[in-house]
Design a protein around this ligand. Structure first.
Ligand code: LMR
Length: 331
């Protein structure tokens, strides 16, 4: 009898503890072993530790919950509480200023980029999400994109007429057109098959995405053009975030601070090790363009900066140029 009572009260306590727990669904579209995937898992672990189990973050990798376009809608509706979409994904929901990150060659390296993401421009960009019911929590790096195809890529002319998959971004569309190629917008989860079946000829990616989506199995050539940046804004449903008890929110902010430092520390390492893995696979030829060849890409793409200035706003562009020293007129 006594045992029965103990068991019953233990079950009751368990029930109470379970209902007191806040579950955060964190969805993303890349593999778990990428900079974003690892940082999301890191955040989940620290969130559990710092809140002493009051918050459980469930991470759904590889588009297992939502694909590109659905992700942001689901967050705005509250069906998922957290995401880390690539910066390009905010243009299509009307926050066009985020497409400044898609401008070709605008950042030379991570140091250049951090002047923007970690400074006042970054903060003002995150603030623009609030009227859309989105709380911006920080920026996580991935890396610099390279072009791949089934034929060698040394100069812009090598991409002429090719169908290249891009994310949905007007700036990226213009970038592909500047090479005489044809932009094809497509969800990330569909790229491998599209490359395999020849629906598209090539694409652009940081190497960590290229390798973990196994694109090296279906692309014979990869040219290390590093022509543009791909990174993320970590976001939450604003109503959900603001409704958290203040102490829990503070603990999650601390977990996010640590996860962001971790993400930005591993991004380069992850891309470097993915490059080694692609080399080792022997399936994709890797080409490093000469200084002159890379300059030819830069020159070919420079008009994108002029043509698309109004899309992100001349002021925004000027602010970023001021941080990075990039000047398309000097090319
Ligand atoms: C893409 O669609 O190429 C990227 O947004 C994928 C990602 O999240 O890194």
């Amino acid at each position: 009898m006594k045992l029965k009572m103990i068991l019953a009260s233990a079950l009751l306590a368990l029930g109470c503890a379970a209902s007191a727990q806040t579950v955060i669904k964190f969805s993303h579209v890349v593999a778990a072993d990428t900079p974003k995937g690892k940082a999301a898992d890191f955040f989940a672990k620290r969130a559990a530790e710092l809140t002493k189990g009051k918050v459980k973050v469930e991470v759904y990798a590889n588009s297992s919950l939502y694909k590109d376009k659905e992700e942001l809608e689901a967050l705005q509706m509250g069906a998922v509480q957290m995401l880390a979409p690539s910066l390009a994904k905010f243009g299509p929901i009307g926050v066009k200023e985020f497409e400044v990150f898609d401008f070709p060659f605008i950042f030379d390296d991570y140091a250049d980029l951090h002047k923007v993401t970690q400074g006042p421009v970054g903060a003002s960009l995150l603030a623009k999400l609030e009227p859309r019911g989105i709380k911006g929590l920080g920026f996580w790096d991935n890396g610099f994109k390279s072009f791949s195809a089934n034929t060698p890529i040394k100069t812009p002319a090598d991409l002429k007429g090719k169908k290249l998959r891009i994310q949905s971004s007007k700036v990226l569309e213009e970038q592909i057109r500047s090479l005489g190629a044809i932009p094809q917008v497509m969800a990330f989860s569909e790229v491998y098959q599209a490359l395999q079946t020849g629906v598209v000829d090539g694409t652009e990616n940081p190497i960590s995405n290229f390798y973990t989506q196994k694109m090296h199995e279906v692309q014979k050539h990869l040219s290390l053009t590093n022509h543009g940046y791909l990174g993320y804004a970590v976001i939450a449903n604003k109503q959900f975030w603001d409704g958290l008890p203040a102490d829990v929110r503070g603990q999650l902010e601390q977990a996010m601070k640590e996860a962001s430092a971790y993400a930005n520390k591993i991004a380069q390492e992850e891309n470097d090790s993915s490059l080694e893995a692609v080399k080792k696979s022997g399936k994709t030829m890797i080409y490093t363009p000469t200084k002159e060849e890379r300059m030819a890409f830069k020159k070919a793409m420079a008009p994108v900066h002029i043509k698309m200035a109004d899309r992100v706003g001349k002021e925004m562009l000027k602010e970023v140029y001021k941080e990075t020293g990039f000047d398309p007129e000097k090319l």
